[in-house]
Design a protein around this ligand. Structure first.
Ligand code: HEM
Length: 231
């Protein structure tokens, strides 16, 4: 086996391992956090039922957001996209509609949340970038710009996936609280929200460079100089 073939095989194995981890986490977080809102369960620890419309906004937010989280990973599988292009388009539409509905509801949840100003800023920021990246992805595909669409969808799903990383960081923070008694829950919640937002952006940009921009650059640099001169 040549070195190039081997490194391609290693990269492919890596990609599937990461994809599987992402998918399992997306399913796990949705399965754990969304069902109470699906069945109208108000007996949720920490939920403030005295705030008008807060619970309703979480239902309208959490259910489509969970759907987007579940649909996302399958849209990135090249073989599925190639074999079932119509299913990819349909699922893509459901994903984008879910993101818009969940973001609109999150605007209200963020406005009335009792969790404090720092979190409100993080949530409003997330809503803006969530909608902006969705709009860019949609615009790109309407124009037939497949690579650009792909890049914006990676960015968009990174924000969707912030719901997963937020809860993972919170879990770590809760463990830290048991060994650091001065650490308050609000600090854990706030730092987890910001870390999930910024961390996911960095990971998404890394993937965009590694999987889309670097191969394009390699292909361009291996093109004969004459072909480049004609462009
Ligand atoms: C990426 C954009 C997102 C934004 C801006 C956002 C915003 C919010 C806000 C403001 C709250 C209320 C939190 C509080 O009052 O402390 C919330 C709660 C919630 N969100 Fe999101 N969210 C996003 C993504 C998601 C996703 C992808 C899911 C899918 C699982 C999700 C599921 C939930 C659930 C279930 C709650 C209720 C609280 C809980 O039980 O943990 N959110 N979100």
């Amino acid at each position: 086996m040549s070195t190039t073939t081997m490194s391609r095989a290693v990269r492919r194995r890596w990609w599937w391992t990461l994809w599987s981890l992402l998918t399992v986490l997306a399913i796990g977080i949705t399965a754990y956090f969304v069902p109470p809102y699906l069945v109208g369960n108000t007996n949720i620890p920490g939920l403030d039922m005295t705030i008008p419309g807060y619970y309703t906004s979480l239902v309208i937010h959490g259910v489509p957001a969970g759907l987007a989280l579940l649909i996302g990973p399958w849209q990135f599988v090249p073989r599925l996209r190639a074999r079932f292009p119509r299913a990819h388009r349909m699922a893509g539409r459901v994903y984008l509609i879910s993101v818009v509905a969940a973001a609109m509801a999150a605007l209200y949840s963020a406005a009335v949340t009792p969790s404090g100003f720092t979190l409100q800023v993080a949530f409003f920021g997330l809503v803006v970038v969530w909608l902006y990246t969705a709009a860019q992805a949609y615009r790109a595909i309407r124009r037939g710009e497949v690579q650009v669409h792909r890049i914006w969808m990676v960015r968009n799903y990174a924000f969707t996936f912030a719901a997963v990383t937020l809860r993972l960081y919170q879990l770590v923070g809760l463990q830290l609280m048991s060994v650091m008694p001065s650490l308050e829950y609000s600090a854990v919640y706030e730092s987890s929200a910001w870390l999930s937002l910024l961390g996911n952006v960095l990971v998404a940009e890394y993937f965009i460079v590694q999987r889309t921009l670097a191969p394009l650059a390699r292909r361009r640099s291996s093109e004969p100089a004459e072909a480049l001169a004609q462009q």
